[in-house]
Design a protein around this ligand. Structure first.
Ligand SMILES: [Zn+2]
Length: 100
């Protein structure tokens, strides 16, 4: 297990954990979560409901445009897939940025 900055509470013995890649997860559907609630190292992406394409969004740019107190999830109807052009039922996903 690679050591990262900070304290390793596992003692370095726990190799059963999957590697910490920036895996995309579907966030809890907290409709009141805003950009300000999103930890700094989280990446924001959009996932297409039709073709499954996931692309990264520039959360800082969006935050600059809409304000950091803008709830994120209600903006899902604004997402448009860059691959197939789908605009329906797309959703936001979160990923953790690699920190080294
Ligand atoms: Zn698509």
């Amino acid at each position: 297990m690679r050591h990262r900055r900070g304290i390793d509470l596992t003692g370095g013995n726990n190799d059963n954990l999957p590697p910490r890649e920036p895996v995309f997860i579907v966030p809890e559907r907290d409709h009141s979560a805003t950009f300000a609630d999103l930890p700094q190292w989280y990446l924001l992406g959009g996932k297409c409901a039709r073709c499954g394409h996931v692309s990264l969004l520039d959360r800082w740019k969006l935050q600059g445009k809409f304000g950091k107190l803008k709830p994120i999830i209600p903006m899902e109807p604004l997402l448009r897939c860059v691959r197939c052009g789908n605009i329906e039922k797309n959703s936001f996903v979160l990923g953790r940025a690699k920190r080294d």
